[in-house]
Design a protein around this ligand. Sequence first.
Ligand code: ARG
Length: 466
Amino acid sequence: MSNALNQKDKAWSGRFSEPVSELVQRYTASVTFDQRLALFDIQGSLAHAGMLASVGLLSAKDLADIQKGMAQIQQEIESGQFQWSIALEDVHLNIEKRLTDLIGDAGKRLHTARSRNDQVATDIRLWLRATIDEIRKALAQVRLALINQAEQHTQTIMPGFTHLQVAQPISFGHHLLAYAAMFARDDERLVDARKRVNRLPLGAAALAGSSFPIDREMVAKTLGFEGVCENSLDAVSDRDFAIEFTHTASLIMMHISRLSEELILWMTSRYGFVVLPDRFCTGSSIMPQKKNPDVPELARGKTGRVYGHLMGLLTLMKGQPLAYNKDNQEDKEPLFDTADTVLDTLRAFAEMIEGMQPQPKAMRQAALEGYATATDLADYLVKKGLPFRDAHEAVAHAVRAAVEKKCGLEDLSLEDLKAFSPLVEADVHQVLTLEGSLNARNHLGGTAPEQVKAQAQKARAALPKL
Ligand code: ARG
């Protein structure tokens, strides 16, 4: 990147008697990172120019020159030939300067009725709108992978946990669909946030609007915005839409992190519930036996940096008086990093979940070990007429006896069980099986395989067609 530029070439140099120091130039420039907005900047400029021409503020010839110049600039940027300059501060001034070099005065007329303040707010919104659409796609792939696995494993039984202690047997598919439900809500939040992103700031100019007869609705329409920001001060100054997005991104990462934590546990030899494909794991440089779940661990770790960006953006906004302040230039790096982190994470997870190999034998063994059907025994006694609290007490004694005998509840004989309640009859053993326990929970939202299958179908139907 070059920083060679005559001070007089700066867009605002007229007011100044000495050049900015090199340090200040570097400190205040954003082009190293906001060049990422370049194509959106061009898109916004073309819409603005089209509107200027339509209301008579730009000649047809000037508009044609601007369109031609921008096409060339876009080509230069896409092919990597564009010469970015730190001295030109940001993406907007870099492009404008090049346009003027290419087409002369028409390039200088483009900035009529516009300021970088409404220009940058427009660029970010255009970028974020496209980014949200990308993230929704990646999120849908993760949901799809979870649903596919869940459908294969409606009948696979694992121990469900509370307090990380074996609680009740559940379908592995049911467990996976819990995450599909979380991600479905995240998608709703993205759709909702997108509505507020999708509004046009352009026309607010520096802060107060423009003295020219501009047509903001026309620009909004050209750019596919659902409406315009109706207060010019608000349009250039607030970044709440970016914070909302980062908040939703934080929730996505929070859900990913919980799933990661489980995958990491499940990968240990103590659990052995799943095997992750080798391409998502790494080895140890010293311990030859190791296969580490690096991708879930990193995702858990990266969740922290996305939370950090949310805090950063909230803090960036909180002290700013109206309207635009240069502080807002600091919104980009956290936003970009949030989007990159979430997208990479979701893409990796979609593939990893698709390739995950569940281990039904190990899950079943673990479910058999923790007295997971004790609640079923209590429910059985309740159905025979015992009040639940008394049933709970009777079963607690049965569990203690089984613990002492180092066996499962289902291994106790009918006689043994009868000793805890005379209501126990020969049909009790069916209740104590893992399958019996699952099948009994056959209602909307329950873990019975039939319900899990229906749940998976609904989740699949709810996937966006992107
Ligand atoms: N690079 C600036 C930003 O990212 C563009 C807007 C600058 N406006 C200004 N008046 N200095 O926010």
